[in-house]
Design a binder for this molecule. Structure first.
Ligand code: DGT
Ligand code: CA
Ligand code: CA
Ligand code: ZN
Length: 566
């Protein structure tokens, strides 16, 4: 069993204990253990198997948890979990994922109505029966129905990095190429599509130990679920002469394919996943490569990230597609955290990891004091940290560190720290982390006010969305983007797979309004620096070139740009 699966078992048990109203201290100990195991670099089952090792050496794992872990390794569950699952149906966990439905509500629903499914819950809301419960009324029913609608929209979709990790495991095994929404870099993925010309692909796919629940199985296609999370994977075996046409077809998007097929018909061709054929005589014109298919249709090859039928076909016809930014254009990363606030590594560790990626510079941007639970910095600590950064740079470690801060934008648009302290730092990214439900006009005014400060160089995760979890906060994006462009404040493209904020349409609009962008990982751990690729993919989906993105600049040019901003 892999660590994420064990972590999930512990976290779910904690959720069930919370529904049961058990001791918060014990619940927290399961959650902490789940977090520790999820990120542990070594397989827990390997440690358990080795008599010379002790799992309690891992922070967050005590004696009781060690016993539970041994039980999980032996029989795939543990007593506490079995006990909780006997008390509540496993579907109760799904109810918890509905926004606005907490553990207390789930318990009341189960005790009074024996509600265990989302369908049952929706029906009770529609029949106005939730108001029979104490403290609940028409507004609760309305809120729950909205939450269910949101949940249904996101249910069964996965974050891009999860799909990419599964693809990285399976594609080499089947000699395959990922297609579908993953190849287009869409921020969430419904299912993973892998194409291969290797006749042995299906057999090897189905024999993988994490593949279960086979949904379809034929000579040339198989669908199954992968891992504890259950992402659906479709593997297709394609004859080599059709590979390009199949790759084109299964990369999509559907809208792009529809437009392309219409174009083919106008030119006297039919286009399908087997190739491009003449209508008369069914002669094959193209199909072994994707480039060949586009070329035969009079088009430049279109990068997958652009294939949404948002003008890319017209641009390809005019040979006017932008030269999209690539990951190797990136010279540094300007948003990351250390142990100084809620990060997990030191300044030295983050800088060394960035140097190994080949970066010329980074900015350390820990949180400001309004985020008390993240141990955010006040003026004194921020200025002291800047001095530490200067000492680090003087010691010559092969990478330049900018002293920075992710400064909270307070409810009224003021910044969390005094301006004179902020102006001592090299780079301040201003972000909203609180009061996200303001009226749109109030939120717009709040952001505009934050942009007024000469210390602010960038607006962090500008819409606040958390994928599959929380929508963007509402405000007039155009107004704010125009003002950011006028003041030379950069818009962040946050590369964290949970955020990917801004999204493609807003990036494109902001660029039209004159904005420039900074792609940042918001790393809280050295390994998160690798998330840069997802941010670059979002930028590509927004049609950006390297010159639209400031962290493609050489250090000297970046320094000069920061001085001009002030
Ligand atoms: P997903 O899986 O929901 O994240 O999104 P996709 O784009 O990966 O969609 P999926 O897996 O249903 O299909 C993969 C691609 O195959 C899709 O982008 C376009 C193509 N495709 C699938 N079904 C159709 C169809 O009925 N018509 C057309 N034109 N293309 C289709
Ligand atoms: Ca798909
Ligand atoms: Ca599919
Ligand atoms: Zn943030």
């Amino acid at each position: 069993m892999e660590n994420p699966e064990i972590a999930r078992m512990l976290a779910e048990t904690a959720d069930l204990m919370e529904i049961a109203g058990e001791d918060p201290f014990r619940i927290r100990s399961y959650r902490n253990a789940a977090a520790a195991i999820e990120n542990h670099p070594e397989r827990i089952v390997d440690i358990l198997r080795d008599p010379s090792r002790d799992v309690t050496a891992i922070p967050g794992i005590g004696k009781g948890l060690a016993a539970a872990l041994r039980e999980i390794a032996e029989r795939g569950s543990f007593a506490r979990r079995d006990e909780m699952l006997a008390k509540y149906p496993p579907t109760a966990l799904e109810l918890l994922r509905i926004p606005g439905v907490g553990p207390k509500t789930v318990r009341a629903l189960w005790e009074h109505f024996r509600v265990s499914t989302i369908e049952d819950l929706a029906r009770l809301c529609e029949e106005h029966r939730i108001r029979e419960l104490r403290g609940m009324g028409a507004r609760t029913e309305q809120k729950i129905l909205e939450g269910i609608a949101h949940y249904r929209q996101v249910a069964g979709r996965f974050l891009l990095n999860h799909a990419a990790a599964v693809a990285a495991e399976l594609a080499p095994l089947v000699n395959g190429t990922p297609a579908g929404s993953l190849r287009r870099g869409k921020e969430t993925v419904g299912d993973l599509d892998i194409l291969s010309t290797d006749p042995g692909a299906i057999g090897r796919f189905l024999a993988h130990p994490s593949v279960h629940e086979v949904l379809a199985h034929g000579e040339t296609k198989a669908s199954a679920r992968f891992g504890a999370e259950g992402l659906q994977v479709d593997v297709r075996v394609i004859p080599p002469e059709s590979f390009g046409a199949a790759l084109q077809y299964f990369t999509g998007s559907r809208q792009h394919n529809v437009a392309l097929r219409q174009r083919a018909l106008k030119m006297g061709f039919t286009l399908n996943e087997y190739g491009l054929f003449t209508v008369e005589g069914q002669r094959r014109v193209a199909g072994d490569t994707e480039e060949g298919v586009y070329e035969a249709l009079g088009l430049a090859w279109i990068p997958p990230e652009l294939r949404e039928n948002h003008g890319e076909i017209e641009a390809a016809e005019r040979r006017a597609l932008p030269a999209l930014i690539e990951e190797r254009d990136i010279r540094g990363d300007l948003h990351m955290h250390t142990r100084e606030s809620d990060g997990r590594a030191t300044l030295e560790e983050m800088a060394e990891a960035a140097r190994q990626r080949g970066y010329a510079y980074i900015a350390i941007t820990d949180h400001s004091k309004a985020l008390a639970m993240a141990n955010g910095l006040d003026e004194k600590r921020a200025v002291a940290f800047a001095a530490e950064v200067r000492r680090f740079n003087a010691s010559g470690r092969g990478i330049e560190v900018l002293s920075g801060l992710e400064c909270d934008i307070l409810r009224d648009g003021r910044l969390d720290l005094a301006e004179d302290a902020l102006l001592e730092l090299d780079f301040v990214v201003a972000s909203v982390h609180s009061y996200m439900n303001l009226e749109p006009a109030e939120m717009t005014a709040r952001l505009l006010r934050a942009l007024e400060s000469p210390a602010v160089k960038a607006l962090g995760h500008p819409t606040g969305r958390v994928l599959l979890h929380r929508d963007a906060y509402a405000y007039e994006f155009e107004t704010v983007a125009k003002e950011a462009a006028r003041r030379g404040v950069w818009l962040e493209i946050n590369a964290s797979p949970e955020r990917l904020d801004l999204h493609a349409a807003l990036i494109r609009r902001a660029r039209e309004l004159g904005c420039r962008f900074v792609i940042s990982t918001d790393a809280h751990h050295p390994k998160h620096l690798a998330n840069m690729r997802y941010g670059v993919q979002m930028a590509r989906r927004g049609w950006l070139t390297a010159s639209d993105v400031v962290n493609t600049m050489e250090p000297g040019a970046l320094r000069a740009a920061l001085r001009r901003q002030a």
